[in-house]
Design a protein around this ligand. Structure first.
Ligand code: NCD
Ligand code: ZN
Ligand code: ZN
Ligand code: ZN
Length: 391
């Protein structure tokens, strides 16, 4: 098959270390099939599906099912993430070894969705992970510092009475787990870094030789808590949108390699979970289909990253962090390729109803964004072309 490249930019297929597909359990908001379509349209060739499904992905029956369904859909490689504990935020370590040894060969374990509340449990998880050579991804919220279920903090949030998740709740876990990873001699990955302080702490930990990596979401690079003025629950997310000094620090950190990669934290929710009062709305935003455009807007256009840098933060580094050998690297002649072809000069207007996701909770509705995905190629087969998926 021939695809006209023209003046498009050819990149390695994107790798998302943080995607919420809602299968099993909430197939009304996203399925592995609909999420895979959204991923392919966003230029992704691999996604890591977070464990906070229902039932929770805390055993190899669930992780192997997610993996097999992803292969059947065939639009993107779906790598299930295992839960660190039995149940979300549970009191007992999950049998990580069995998930790692299963068909899915689980490479990453996370407490995303509900933080493990017990430092000793996290210490044991890191020690167990070392023996298995798997990655622990840390949702980074100290729940005892967070007010209720309302996850916001900042000048607008405070004035509107929406305060909840302070910087210290994130940063104290970053420090704690950097030190635990140091002592266990293992790796730890910080999910959705959102504060200036987290960037400084990750930089400090790396300078100590600690094996720590971190991701930032597109929305934390672009949006601030000023968006909360509207009380629109679409802006409710974990961790909360913060301030300009944070978006600035996150952009600088991503440019200088302190923050390793971009991860979407694609979090689909039903309309009825996002239309209610702010305090009871579910946290989370869509991300797969808009990620590249937001990275262009926040990093490429201001001159903080060139296209080589985009390849690094969207594909190479995430593939390395999790040990994927078939993604994020140059290919040999004749080898089936994972590629994304980007139309850098194009722009598009986001319409929630046009997205492939089954949910509509994008914070970018009606915004015109730079850059489109012209085509995505998974192992030599076109999975998306000119805004349509190929099945
Ligand atoms: C995520 C979700 O909806 O599963 N929500 C969110 O706001 N990011 C969970 C999470 O990543 O913390
Ligand atoms: Zn999280
Ligand atoms: Zn946690
Ligand atoms: Zn998440």
């Amino acid at each position: 098959e021939r695809i006209a490249g023209g003046d498009a930019v050819l990149l390695p297929g994107f790798v998302d270390l943080h995607t919420h597909l809602r299968e099993p359990g909430r197939e009304d908001t996203e399925t592995i099939a609909s999420g895979s379509a959204a991923a392919a349209l966003g230029g992704y060739t691999a996604v890591f599906a977070m464990a906070n499904t229902d039932p929770v992905a805390d055993n190899s029956t669930v992780t192997d099912n997610v993996y097999r369904t992803g292969r059947e859909v065939g639009l993107v490689d779906v790598h299930p993430v295992g839960a660190v504990t039995v149940g979300l935020g549970g009191k007992q370590l999950a049998e990580m070894g069995m998930m790692a040894a299963g068909a899915a060969k689980v490479k990453m374990f996370s407490d995303d969705g509900k933080c493990v509340d017990d430092p000793l449990l996290m210490r044991r998880a890191l020690e167990y992970a070392k023996g298995l050579d798997v990655l622990i991804a840390q949702h980074a919220e100290e729940p005892r510092l967070t007010v209720g279920a309302v996850a916001h903090e900042g000048p607008t949030a405070s004035r509107l009475g929406l305060a909840g998740w302070p910087r210290a709740a994130e940063e104290s876990i970053v420090v704690r787990d950097a030190l635990l990873a140091r002592d266990a001699g293992t790796r730890v990955h910080i999910c959705h870094a959102s504060t200036e302080g987290t960037v400084e702490l990750v930089k400090w930990a790396k300078a100590q030789g600690i094996s720590i990596t971190a991701e930032v979401t597109p929305h934390h690079l672009l949006l601030t808590d000023a968006r909360l003025e509207s009380y629109d629950p679409v802006n409710k997310v974990n961790p909360p949108l913060r301030e300009e000094r944070d978006t600035a620090a996150l952009r600088r950190g991503l440019a200088d390699g302190t923050i390793d990669c971009v991860a979407t934290d694609h979090a689909p929710h039903a309309a009825q979970e996002k239309c209610c009062e702010f305090s009871v709305a579910r946290p989370g935003m869509l991300g797969l289909e808009t990620a590249l455009s937001i990275v262009v807007e926040t990093m490429v256009t201001p001159g903080l990253l060139d296209w080589r840098g985009v390849a690094k933060v969207m594909s190479e580094r995430p593939a390395q962090i999790v040990g994927l050998t078939d993604q994020g690297r140059p290919i040999a002649v004749g080898e089936p390729a994972n590629l994304t072809l980007v139309d850098a000069a194009a722009s598009w207007t986001v319409r929630a109803a046009d997205l492939a996701s089954l949910s509509g909770n994008t914070p970018y509705a009606d915004m015109t964004l730079p850059a489109t995905i012209r085509a995505t190629v998974l192992r030599g087969a076109v999975t998306a072309h000119e805004g349509a998926v190929r099945r």
